[in-house]
Write a protein that binds this ligand. Structure first.
Ligand code: OKV
Ligand code: MN
Length: 240
């Protein structure tokens, strides 16, 4: 029994080598697992399930093939692909999970999330997040035709490339007190998240109890997978 966790692939048509590595992972590694968790930022951008780009269709088909083998696939939104919806989930055979979710990982209650909500000191980002997560703003955004949504996405990405928003995403790490708060709140001693692109297994304490914060890696220069068994969890890489 093996449970796999990935995040921060940032798939886009401009980086086919990442997509190829990911599709190979779905074909060769994932079928041997008992579950696959995708903890956000699978895609570099997402403006609606109706976009239907060749990349999105290729990924949905590959997920569906895995799901048809009987491997459950779970997805938590990232800050990039927070608009991934029910239609894409259904086509992929994956289950959408809420932004914070507790699973039983080999007997250990484990909190899983993307990780952007832990970066509370990045106030600019949190302000932007509140806006684009507002249901009314999303409802209005989805009323817009695809070509307008595409143009807005391009504009926001171009503006963010040199802005504070993008810098802080790279520079800023999680807030330690927020980590302890959400772990206590959810009654867990294990947390798995991505987003910061700083793969590591941190031994921490929650009061007197030993606890772990596991950070997934990005897929910028290699594949990055957290492999968990009854024996424990290990961070692994996959060459492109
Ligand atoms: C995703 C990020 C671009 C970070 C816009 C309402 C608005 C949704 C949106 C547009 C952008 C997602 C959906 C994208 C994440 C960026 C740049 C930085 C730090 C509105 C609802 F504006 F019209 F109100 N968006 N896209 N960034 O291109 O995928 O997370 S995106
Ligand atoms: Mn992220």
């Amino acid at each position: 029994m093996t449970v796999l966790f990935i995040s921060d692939l940032h798939l886009s048509p401009t980086h086919p080598e990442i997509t190829q590595c990911f599709l190979r992972f779905l074909k060769e590694d994932a079928p041997k697992a008992s579950a696959l968790y995708v903890l956000g930022d699978l895609f570099e951008s997402w403006i609606g399930d109706d976009d239907g780009t060749p990349l999105q269709i290729e990924v949905a088909d590959a997920f569906k093939a895995l799901s048809d083998l009987g491997i459950p696939i779970y997805f938590i939104h990232g800050n990039r692909d927070f608009l991934v919806g029910k239609r894409f989930a259904k086509a992929s055979g994956m289950t959408l999970l809420p932004e914070h979710h507790v699973i039983d990982l080999f007997g250990k209650p484990t909190l899983i999330m993307h990780g952007d909500t832990l970066c509370i000191q990045d106030e600019g980002y949190q302000r932007y997040r509140k806006k684009v997560h507002n249901p009314l703003i999303q409802w209005l955004f989805f009323r817009l035709p695809l070509f307008v949504r595409r143009r807005i996405g391009e504009k926001i990405r171009a503006g963010s490339t040199k802005s504070n928003m993008e810098k802080s995403e790279d520079i800023m790490d999680v807030d330690q007190s927020e980590v302890l708060r959400v772990m206590k709140d959810n009654g867990v001693t294990q947390l798995i998240h991505g987003h910061t692109h700083r793969p590591d297994i941190h031994d921490i304490r929650i009061g007197n109890d030993p606890a772990q914060r596991i950070v997934l890696g990005d897929w910028y220069t290699q594949g990055s997978v957290l492999v968990c068994t009854e024996e424990g969890c290990t961070l692994q890489t996959r060459a492109f």
